[in-house]
Write a protein that binds this ligand. Structure first.
Ligand code: SAM
Length: 289
C-alpha cells in the first residue's frame, strides 16, 4: 500500500526496513549549524522530533528510552552525585536523572542549542527540570567538554547521542571512551545508547572493544523496546571503571519516591538478561580482547 504524503517515513539505510508515522502537520523545520531539526504533529503518537531524517523523540514512546537510559545506570552506582549527560538535547534524560534525590549536579551537554529550543516549544514536559538548581545546560561538542573534565570528577556519564554518523560519530570513538574513563571516579559508570541489537551488532562490538581498550573493567548491555527506532528493539551499554556491574541498589529502586512508566526493579533485572546470540557474541569480544 503506497503511503500518501501525510506520513513521515524514515528509511533505515542498509537494513531494508523503514518506520512511518501518520502526521497531521509539520510544525517546524530548522537547519541549525549542525543538523536539520523537524517537528511534526501526528495522529496517534503526539509530537515527533526528527534530526537529519532520523526519528528522535515521540510523545507516545519516549518514556521507554529516557527511563532506560537513566534509572538502570543510576541504580547500578553506589552513590551517583555528579552526572554528565552528553547529547540529550531534548532534555528528557535530564528530567529522569534529576528525579534521583542523591544526584547533586547534572550537566547537560549538547552540541546544538536549537534542539533544546525546539524541545522547549514542542516537548515542554521533557524540559520541566531544566531550571532545577542542580542542572547546568551547556552547548558544546561533547568530546571537547569531556576532554577538559577534571580527572575523577564524575560518577555517571550518560551518552544520549544521535547515531555514529554526523556530529555523533565522535562519541563512539576510543578517544572519547578514554576521556570518559579519565573523567570518572573509581566505580564510575558510563552508559551510551548502543543502537539495535538486531541490526547493529558490529557497532556494539566496536563499542565493547573500545571500552575494553579504554581500560573499563566491565561492560554490560541492557535491552528495551523503543518502537520509534530501527527494528523497535534498542540497547544501552554500560562501562564500569575499576568495579563490576554485577548488582544494583534493588531496595532503593523498589523504595524510589518518583514515578516511572516502564522502569522498576524487575524490568532492571530483565533488561540485563542476554539473548543467546548476544551472550555468545559478547563472550567472543571479551575473550579476544
Ligand atoms: N534518543 C536519540 C537517539 O538515540 O538517537 C538521541 C536524542 S538526542 C536529540 C541526540 C542529541 O545528540 C542531539 O540533540 C544532538 O545535537 C546531540 N549530539 C550529536 N553529536 C553530539 C556531540 N558531538 N556532542 C554533543 N551532543 C551531540
Amino acid at each position: 500500500m503506497a503511503l500518501d504524503d501525510s506520513w513521515f517515513t524514515e528509511q533505515h539505510d542498509g537494513a531494508g526496513s523503514a518506520f512511518s508515522l501518520k502526521t497531521t502537520a509539520k510544525l517546524s523545520d530548522v537547519q541549525s549549524d549542525y543538523q536539520r531539526i523537524e517537528m511534526f504533529d501526528t495522529t496517534d503518537w503526539g509530537k515527533l522530533m526528527v534530526i537529519d531524517g532520523c526519528t528522535m523523540v515521540s510523545t507516545r514512546d519516549n518514556f521507554l528510552y529516557h527511563e532506560m537510559m537513566s534509572h538502570p545506570v543510576l541504580f547500578s552506582h553506589a552513590a551517583p552525585k555528579r552526572v554528565a549527560i552528553i547529547g540529550g538535547g531534548d532534555c528528557g534524560t535530564l528530567r529522569e536523572v534529576l528525579k534521583h534525590p542523591e544526584v547533586e549536579r547534572a550537566v547537560q551537554i549538547d552540541i546544538d542549542e536549537q534542539v533544546t529550543r525546539a524541545a522547549e516549544k514542542y516537548f515542554p514536559e521533557l524540559c520541566e527540570s531544566n531550571h532545577d538548581p542542580r542542572a547546568e545546560l551547556l552547548w558544546i561538542d561533547g568530546i571537547d567538554w569531556i576532554n577538559k573534565a577534571p580527572a575523577g570528577s564524575l560518577d555517571v556519564i550518560i551518552v544520549d547521542s544521535t547515531d555514529p554518523i554526523g556530529p555523533g560519530e565522535v562519541l563512539f570513538t576510543p578517544a572519547f571512551y578514554n576521556a570518559c574513563h579519565n573523567a570518572l571516579a573509581d566505580g564510575g559508570l558510563v552508559v551510551q545508547q548502543s543502537e539495535s541489537p538486531l541490526l547493529h551488532l558490529p557497532i556494539l562490538e566496536k563499542m565493547y572493544r573500545s571500552l575494553m581498550a579504554a581500560r573499563f573493567s566491565d561492560a554490560r548491555t541492557l535491552f528495551f523496546p523503543q518502537p520509534l527506532y530501527p527494528s523497535g528493539w534498542w540497547s544501552a551499554t554500560i562501562g564500569c571503571k575499576n568495579g563490576t556491574l554485577d548488582g544494583f541498589r534493588e531496595a532503593d529502586a523498589d523504595r524510589r519516591r518518583f514515578d516511572t512508566h516502564y522502569y522498576n526493579s524487575a524490568i532492571h533485572r530483565a533488561a540485563f538478561a542476554e539473548p543467546e546470540f548476544f551472550r555468545k557474541a559478547r563472550a567472543d569480544w571479551l575473550a579476544s580482547n
